[in-house]
Design a protein around this ligand. Structure first.
Ligand SMILES: *[C@@H]1O[C@H](CO)[C@@H](O)[C@H](O)[C@H]1NC(C)=O
Ligand SMILES: *[C@@H]1O[C@H](CO)[C@@H](O)[C@H](O)[C@H]1NC(C)=O
Ligand SMILES: *[C@@H]1O[C@H](CO)[C@@H](O)[C@H](O)[C@H]1NC(C)=O
Ligand SMILES: *[C@@H]1O[C@H](CO)[C@@H](O)[C@H](O)[C@H]1NC(C)=O
Ligand SMILES: [Zn+2]
Length: 358
């Protein structure tokens, strides 16, 4: 962790020039000064599953065609049908490496930092750190800028999983051309990754009060819709909460995120996981979080352009975003607190009154 800036830069240059993958010292170790590969991520989740029995549950919810596991981690002190749940996914787009790093950072803080225990007291979390493992590995080994999954096409390979969800599919900002980076697939949910993710969300939809999907690198907080510039019913709430989220991030290190509906501030898109989560799974707080990118010309020219946040900067990017996630939790928790927990709170208050008055 305490590497000098020089050492970190040297590692970055080494990675850049030779594509050497540094091996983690111990399987299952987590670190935020390099990007983890698929197997490293699985090892970390396995380790948490072993150590934090009864607190986390790691489950495979599907399989990619290249036979990699699609894996979720549930973080909960006891499930209860009334308890609100926050759902997070990352890595739908292969080249957006900071997304999985961000999801892993949230997992790390929630599970391994006792200081964060309030974040898991009344709210459960279900997190999928890597939705598209095949594309992710391909972006590490073959093509740094790969975005889609690895489906075989007639001319070009790959489907944009974030245009493949079954809501307003192929309406706008999506392509029917195989070679496009926004290719929507042959039909809604043609892809195993998007289809498995939608089933996982649907199973728990009643309890999921917030849906967050980590992407990069437009540096903005997007709420529905992508397919029209009209705003959803609770557009004001989504905007105000998004604004509060960006304020919380700004307080850390003056990083400014924009807020708005996708079609209004970034681009039109359709068949996205966010619009599907909002409209079909009925999760009224649904955001795509476009994590900030990187603009330095050295990294830009050599590898993945704005998607290449240098390894030395991962921690600062994901930790400032975590302050925003804490803010979101503080909104969801009181809004959906269960009656049992109201009871807890009430009893505590009464005990306090009793103590002071006798
Ligand atoms: C997928 O998970 C199963 C069960 O944990 C495990 O046996 C298998 O090795 C995993 N496959 C990959 C490719 O990681
Ligand atoms: C990507 O999607 C296609 C459907 O078009 C599917 O057949 C293929 O298995 C997927 N690729 C992977 C690697 O999951
Ligand atoms: C946003 O923050 C303000 C100031 O703290 C607060 O009054 C308001 O209720 C918050 N709104 C939402 C939607 O979080
Ligand atoms: C704050 O941002 C600057 C510029 O992006 C970065 O170099 C620095 O590491 C950040 N500091 C912290 C504490 O995150
Ligand atoms: Zn993306």
């Amino acid at each position: 962790m305490i590497l000098t800036r020089f050492a970190i830069i040297s590692i970055g240059v080494l990675l850049m020039s030779s594509r050497v993958q540094l091996k983690l010292d111990t399987p299952g170790e987590i670190r935020f000064d390099q990007y983890l590969r698929y197997q490293d991520i699985q090892d970390y989740l396995d380790r948490l599953n072993r150590i934090y029995k009864g607190f986390v549950v790691v489950e495979n919810f599907g399989l990619s065609v290249e036979n990699r596991n699609l894996t979720s981690i549930k973080i909960s002190y006891g499930e209860n049908p009334k308890k609100p749940l926050i759902f997070i996914d990352a890595g739908i787009h292969a080249r957006e490496w900071i997304g999985p790093a961000q999801a892993l950072y949230v997992i790390h803080r929630l599970v391994e930092n006792p200081v964060e225990s309030l974040l898991v007291r009344n709210v459960d979390w279900l997190i999928v750190p890597l939705v598209n493992p095949d594309g992710y590995e391909y972006s590490h080994t073959v093509d740094r800028l790969w975005r889609k999954n690895r489906t075989k096409g007639k001319i070009c390979d790959g489907v944009d999983l974030n245009r493949n969800f079954d809501f307003q599919w192929l309406q706008i900002g999506a392509s029917r051309s195989e070679c496009s980076n926004n290719y929507a697939g042959t039909r809604p949910f043609s892809e195993p990754e998007s289809s498995a993710l939608s089933k996982l969300i649907a199973e728990k939809a009643e309890r999921i009060k917030m849906y967050l999907s980590f992407h990069a690198a437009a540096q903005c907080i997007l709420y529905p819709w992508g397919y029209t510039t009209d705003l959803p019913d609770n557009g004001e709430e989504l905007h105000e909460l998004g604004q509060n989220l960006t304020d919380a991030i700004y307080k850390v290190n003056s990083t400014q995120y924009k807020v708005g509906s996708s079609a209004n501030i970034l681009y039109t898109d359709s068949g996205t996981s966010r619009d599907w989560a909002y409209a079909v799974a009925n999760i009224k707080l649904a955001y795509t979080i476009e994590i900030k990118g990187f603009a330095d010309s050295l990294f830009n020219r050599r590898r993945g352009g704005r998607f290449d946040i240098p390894p030395e900067d991962i921690l600062s990017v994901v930790s400032e975003m975590f302050e925003g996630i804490k803010m979101l939790h503080s909104y969801v928790e009181p809004k959906h607190i269960t009656s049992e927990n109201h009871y807890d709170v009430l009893m505590k208050k009464m005990r306090r009154i009793f103590f002071f008055t006798t």
